[in-house]
Design a protein around this ligand. Structure first.
Ligand code: ADP
Ligand code: ASP
Ligand code: MG
Length: 501
């Protein structure tokens, strides 16, 4: 069997769902299980409605809910025709009514908890998956809607729940196995799951990719297909750089690194279940029925490009922690790491000197309580609106001059680097710049390492020609005296966590 996941833009309208049904039809002999996201922008709209209602303004939230209801109704009518749409309407309306009650309740209590947020956001995928399943049936595919909350089991870490693979495997096999035996096509919402107690949870924004991989691993899929709005994983985000091109083949390690460091095309944890069970993953374009996209497997394909791709992860804070006078080095570092551990802080890049330490962390994951704890032992400053730029490639080991060419290119873009990281066993070079510099620096790096009209290798060829020395040209603003550690530690920790579930 195979898992096919379709993202928000792939199910954004009746036409898009029509294309999805053709794509799934073309794979019907391979026993597909279909995972769909909420229709494009719906999750953002639910977040906005929740915030409005929690601020006490239920009327604006309910107006948005009416628009959401119309959009789903119209899409159902266009796909199913009046009669069949009328038959589906009670199920859609029941969800809308639940949402309405919830929003009114929020306006009364004026608090949206993480648990409430998961409940609220679950409706996007519930609504879209019901429509898609019926659209398939009308088009002659033997689809069966499946409630993901009865298959995917997680812990109770609301808004980014951790899958419990043992229980998920058991429940999914029980629920989905018999459908596949009867040659049915199960259709389920991505992103949503439930705790052991049956309380709805979500896997974090963009989590439908992760759902697909979890279901693929639970059912021992032969292949996981992630259908999206671009032609596979690309050398960089095509929205940042129109010259970005599709990567035909990439290793699990490289793709996981890219996803972790900001390639939005895959949820950061998507590849973990696939790696664990060595299931190939394909990233494909749902607007192109013949898409061949990107193949992600355990092998590292040969490429003469220096790097496989460049990513940018925005919304980063740099936290600088400087030991108060009289604190010993040993005690200082231990206290900082202990504070991070207490607050489960997931840190990307770390730079350490004798009496100071800087680290990066996603701003939305930086607990105030951590800053307060650190202030007890050190002087703390925090800089927001930073971004991590990451260049990934398994072939960069032992090749002299690569870092120099990266930093020369950044210098040519007149961009200041704040922190640098390249560990000994790394497959990436990452550094921190101001968020506003991201488009400029990514374009310069992409032009250099992936020049137009050259399929591969021009970056490395150019590097040799310019005779770059090993001394970085642009050290300005960089903590050069500090040794840099790496984001890999964060990724490895996440991998270990996933292996443990
Ligand atoms: P979906 O709704 O299908 O899940 P997303 O919007 O989550 O789609 O992800 C697809 C988007 O990811 C693309 O439109 C693209 O702008 C962005 N993206 C960022 N980095 C990359 C990359 N390296 N390769 C491909 N797409 C990327
Ligand atoms: N609908 C969810 C989101 O927008 C999950 C997903 O699209 O993958 O975050
Ligand atoms: Mg996505």
């Amino acid at each position: 069997m195979i898992v096919m996941k379709f993202g928000g833009t792939s199910v954004e309208s009746a036409e898009a769902i029509e294309r999805v049904s053709k794509i799934v039809g073309s794979r019907s002999k391979e026993s597909p299980v279909v995972v769909v996201s909420a229709m494009a922008k719906v999750t953002d709209q639910l977040v906005a409605m929740g915030n409005k209602a929690a601020s006490g303004d239920s009327s604006e939230a309910l107006t948005s809910l009416a628009a959401l209801r119309e959009r789903h109704r119209d899409t159902a009518k266009a796909l199913l025709g009046e009669k069949r749409a009328a038959a589906l309407a009670p199920r859609l309306n029941a969800h809308i009514a639940e949402l309405e009650n919830f929003l009114r309740g929020l306006a009364a209590v004026r608090e949206l908890t993480p648990r409430g947020s998961d409940y609220l956001l679950s409706f996007g995928e519930l609504l879209s998956s019901l429509i898609v399943a019926d659209a398939f049936i009308v088009r002659g595919l033997s689809a069966a809607w499946v409630d993901s909350r009865e298959c995917l089991v997680t812990d109770a870490t609301h808004t980014r729940a951790v899958p419990q693979m043992g229980a998920t495997r058991e429940k999914s096999k029980k629920k989905i196995g018999p459908l596949l035996t009867k040659k049915r096509i199960p259709v389920m919402g991505g992103f949503i799951a439930a705790s052991q107690e049956g309380v709805p949870t979500t896997l974090g924004r963009g989590g439908s990719d992760y759902s697909a991989a979890i279901i693929g691993a639970a059912l021992d899929a032969d292949r996981i297909e992630i259908w999206t709005d671009v032609e596979g994983m690309m050398t960089t985000d095509p929205r940042l750089c129109p010259g970005a091109r599709t990567i035909k083949r990439i290793s699990f390690n490289e793709a996981a690194e890219l996803a972790y460091f900001g390639a939005k095309v895959l949820h950061p944890l998507t590849l973990l279940p696939a790696i664990h069970q060595n299931i190939p993953v394909y990233v494909l374009n749902s607007r192109n029925l013949k898409s061949t996209g990107t193949e992600i497997t355990a092998q590292t394909p040969h490429s003469s490009d220096t790097f496989r791709a460049i990513t940018a992860k925005k919304g980063i804070s740099i936290v600088n922690v400087v030991a108060s006078r009289g604190v010993g080095v040993h005690g200082f570092l231990r206290s900082v790491f202990e504070a991070m551990d207490r607050h489960a802080a997931s840190v990307d890049i770390v730079a350490i000197s004798e009496v100071s330490m800087s680290f990066t962390i996603e701003t939305k994951r930086l607990p105030d309580a951590l800053l307060k704890d650190l202030e007890e032992i050190a002087d703390v400053t925090c800089e927001n609106e930073q971004a991590i730029i990451c260049l990934v490639g398994e072939d960069i080991h032992g090749k002299p001059g690569i870092a120099a060419s990266v930093f020369n290119t950044v210098a040519n873009a007149a961009v200041n680097i704040r922190m640098i990281s390249q560990g000994a066993s790394e497959i990436n070079i990452s550094f921190v710049v101001q968020e506003s510099d991201v488009p400029r620096v990514v374009r310069h790096l992409h032009d250099y390492f992936f020049p137009a009209n050259t399929r591969a290798g021009a970056g490395s060829a150019k590097m040799k020609k310019t005779g770059i020395t090993r001394k970085p040209a642009n050290g300005s603003g960089t903590k050069r005296s500090q040794r840099s550690s790496n984001g890999r530690s964060a990724l490895s920790a996440k991998r270990a966590a996933a292996a443990a579930v």
